[in-house]
Write a protein that binds this ligand. Structure first.
Ligand SMILES: Nc1ncnc2c1ncn2[C@@H]1O[C@H](COP(=O)(O)OP(=O)(O)OP(=O)(O)O)[C@@H](O)[C@H]1O
Length: 253
């Protein structure tokens, strides 16, 4: 889904990323962590082609974005939703209008907008706030609206850049559960964060970068346990089927 192959990005004298190779698969939930100046924003900006790499290939959904022309960039960004720490909602538009606007700019029909916006607002838990303005909402509600706006056009990838940075721990956790729900519906999620407690609690894959290099890439253990649980079910089912077949053969049924 997102592949970096020997990607290097230098800014004059600073290293953004240094020979980074990594693959994020379809459906994954990945944390990108690292100290300030490590290269996290550089990583995100390269995916969105807000900046260009000096070296290497960056594939997003199989296409090498380093070769994209300016005309191809809007399509790329349509496939990658993004949410920020500071929400970035339009203050003079209502919740409904903020989300509808993301559909209007890609020329969705009024009928589709009318159908989709209420659906996505209730999915993220702010269905009753459609006519409110951002300043009438709590921080957590504003982030929910920003998430609604980011996913309303069904992007395959959602990048969350410090999405809980402005939230108290309880609200932050609610937002994480919402992101998990979105991930379970099939969206690949890349979340940049400094929130160690959240990273530990979520137990997902963690890519750590320092000074432009990947220094750790740990797969969360839940994925493995889940797979094991699924295997047990399958093995149970197989065993039942085998017993059933044997009984059938013996004429015990
Ligand atoms: N436009 C730029 N011009 C020059 N140097 C830059 C530029 N943008 C980033 N850098 C440098 O590249 C390195 C990586 O920066 P980047 O913003 O990717 O880090 P980060 O991990 O996102 O940091 P933070 O957690 O503080 O946002 C840093 O040394 C930074 O100073």
């Amino acid at each position: 889904m997102i592949v970096f192959e020997n990607v290097t990005k230098h800014y004059k004298s600073n290293i953004g990323l240094d020979d980074v190779s990594v693959r994020i698969n379809k459906g994954e939930f990945v944390f990108l962590v690292g100290p300030s100046g490590a290269g996290k924003s550089t990583f995100v900006k390269l995916i969105l082609k807000e900046i260009d790499a000096n070296k290497g290939k960056i594939k997003v959904r199989g296409e090498d974005v380093t070769k994209f022309s300016n005309r191809q960039i809007p399509k790329l960004r349509r496939n990658v939703g993004i949410v920020f720490q500071d929400f970035r909602l339009l203050p003079k538009k209502t919740v409904y209008e903020n989300v509808a606007f993301a559909m209007e700019i890609i020329h969705q029909s009024p009928r589709t907008i009318k159908r989709q916006v209420p659906q996505v607002l209730s999915l993220v838990g702010v269905g009753t706030k459609a006519q409110k303005y951002p300043n009438e909402l709590s921080a957590g509600e504003q982030q929910r609206v920003a998430i609604a706006r980011a996913i309303v056009n069904n992007p395959k990838i959602l990048i969350a850049d410090e999405p809980t940075g402005n939230l108290d721990p309880e609200t932050a956790w609610e937002i994480m559960q919402l992101l998990e729900l979105i991930n379970m519906r099939g969206t690949t999620i890349l979340m940049v964060t400094h929130a160690k407690d959240i990273v530990d609690r979520m137990n997902k894959r963690v890519i750590a970068i320092e000074k432009g290099r990947i220094v750790r890439d740990d797969i969360g253990t839940y994925g493995f346990e889940e797979a094991l649980a699924k295997m047990e079910v399958t093995m149970d089912t197989l065993q039942h089927r085998r017993q059933f077949n044997e009984k059938l053969k013996k004429g015990d049924l």
